[in-house]
Design a protein around this ligand. Structure first.
Ligand code: PMV
Ligand code: MG
Length: 333
């Protein structure tokens, strides 16, 4: 009987540092969200890839819908060959789309699919991949595809942790990819930093879903030209404040920092704060809580930190009244 291997992976949400982190050297705080996607993999006479997003499966013959998974398989295959493995075909099944009522919830599905595919293949070939190598391989896939993101989502999902991610120069690594072979790229110094954040501040992390999907790629194209050096400087300061506050249990530093991070985004571009996201933030008034948009904005999710249980309950109720659904709730410390 052929053995079936199971792997899982989660999603992510930005707490602070969005858009700024698109510029190399800037930092964002990104929270791992353990809402899971699953994959099974087993030996098969031919390649057979399937995802519950689609009602058909494919082999390695290029298919537009399956391009992300197929390109990931081909890059990991390249990696395996370079390590001296003999390739053998498999059946890979992916399930657990990040959706509610048929709408995407915006917690990082494309990044998760890449990480999931790499993890499944690593299980199948019995190779150990560190979180860091997982991040590099996944970034390699997206950089090769010409993705315009910071790769912060991949860092968070690969590390499965609440992280501070300081971004690398993607232009430079793209050039490295174009001019060098895979192993050289994977072992080069990319210049990023990924630090897990150990929260000691007693607080709860809440995620509110607006019910309106937004496409990060389009939002980036819209907002990018508005990113100024002033925005970058101010954002870096508040991101560092929030990280320190969370680590050193300084509630004031965290509250003020998050509020300011939200205001900086609001000022950056009018498309970021949709009406529902404004309501999501406004709902914290009168509670010991602070909220802001998460990620690219324009819809998807907002995040909040609450500092007592009463505030959590009241905020969730207020969100409900505004048609905002609680997607995730977690005590951070
Ligand atoms: O909306 P999300 O969760 O995909 O986050 C996007 C965050 C940006 O900084 C706007 C883009 C990026 O890749 O860093
Ligand atoms: Mg989003």
């Amino acid at each position: 009987m052929t053995k079936t291997y199971h792997v899982t992976t989660g999603g992510k949400l930005y707490l602070a540092g969005e858009y700024a982190v698109l510029t190399p050297g800037q930092t964002a705080l990104i929270k791992y969200i353990p809402i899971l996607m699953e994959a099974t993999i087993q030996a098969n006479p031919d390649y057979q890839l399937s995802s519950d997003l689609f009602d058909y499966s494919v082999d390695l013959y290029p298919d537009k819908q399956y391009a992300l998974i197929q390109e990931t398989v081909s890059i990991v295959n390249d990696y395996l060959v370079k390590l001296g493995h003999t390739l053998s075909p498999f059946r890979l099944r992916i399930s657990g789309k990040f959706e509610k009522n048929g709408k995407k919830i915006g917690i990082g599905s494309s990044g998760s699919v890449i990480i999931l595919t790499i993890k499944a293949m690593a299980e199948f070939y019995k190779i150990h991949l560190s979180a860091d190598l997982l991040f590099r391989l996944a970034s390699y896939v997206l950089l090769k595809r010409g993705d315009n993101g910071s790769m912060g989502d991949l860092a968070c999902i690969a590390y499965e942790d609440f992280i501070a991610f300081t971004s690398f120069n993607r232009q430079k690594i793209r050039k490295l990819i174009a001019e060098n072979e895979l192993l050289t790229v994977l072992t080069a110094d990319w210049g990023y930093q990924i630090r897990p954040i150990k929260v000691t501040l007693p607080c709860e992390f809440l995620v509110g879903w607006t019910g309106t999907p937004a496409i990060s790629k389009d939002m980036i194209e819209l907002v990018q030209a508005s990113i100024s050096s002033d925005f970058l400087e101010q954002t870096q300061i508040v991101v560092e404040q929030i990280e320190q506050g969370l680590k050193k249990a300084d509630q004031e530093l965290v509250s003020v920092g998050l509020k300011r991070a939200g205001q900086l985004l609001e000022k950056l571009h009018p498309a970021i704060y949709s009406k529902t996201l404004q309501e999501l933030v406004g709902a914290t008034k009168n509670f010991t809580a602070v909220a802001k948009s998460s990620g690219a904005g324009g819809g998807d999710c907002g995040v909040a930190l609450t500092f007592d249980t009463k505030s959590s309950c009241c905020l969730i109720e207020k969100w409900q009244q505004a048609g905002i659904e609680l997607l995730w709730q977690e005590v951070l410390a």
